[in-house]
Design a protein around this ligand. Structure first.
Ligand code: IDP
Ligand code: MG
Length: 135
């Protein structure tokens, strides 16, 4: 059974979209196994976006994630990584289809409401980073 790490970013919390976003994954039939509202540390967020360290948007996205509380979650299910990426929608607002979370609620490439693991390896390292005690 596959697991993924999904995080509702500060814009989603500020805009009151936590329930709406969580509900979409629940309705899809994915199983919620962890959920917390957290004020993340810079160390954790920089490690989380470590693969993007050399990108021009790295400092911006880290600062944005630190701008308010986030909701961290772990989900379980068959093909949960690919399914949740599909429900999230594409990174760029011009490419995120209507019917997806980003397509319906975001028009910003940075403030795009949600993070989701993109591979089995990254899901494992993100879950270990945010939920070191989750078995
Ligand atoms: P993803 O969240 O769809 O997996 P990634 O390419 O992994 O997209 O980028 C991580 C995050 O960094 C994005 O969700 C977004 O918040 C931010 N980001 C990506 N590209 C840009 C950009 O060109 N400008 C500003 N922020 C960006
Ligand atoms: Mg990514």
């Amino acid at each position: 059974m596959e697991r993924t790490f999904l995080m509702i970013k500060p814009d989603g919390v500020r805009r009151g979209l936590v329930g709406e976003i969580v509900a979409r994954f629940e309705r899809k039939g994915l199983k919620l196994i962890a959920l917390d509202l957290v004020h993340a540390s810079r160390e954790t967020v920089e490690a989380h976006y470590g693969v993007h360290r050399e990108k021009p948007f790295f400092a911006g996205v880290v600062g944005f994630i630190l701008s308010g509380p986030v909701v961290t979650t772990v989900w379980e299910g068959d093909e949960v990584i690919a399914i949740s990426r599909k429900l999230m929608g594409a990174t760029k607002p011009t490419e995120a289809n209507p019917g997806t979370i980003r397509g319906d609620y975001s028009n910003s490439v940075e403030q795009n409401l949600i993070h989701g693991s993109d591979s089995v390896e990254n899901a494992a390292s993100e879950i270990a980073l945010w939920y070191p005690n989750l078995v």
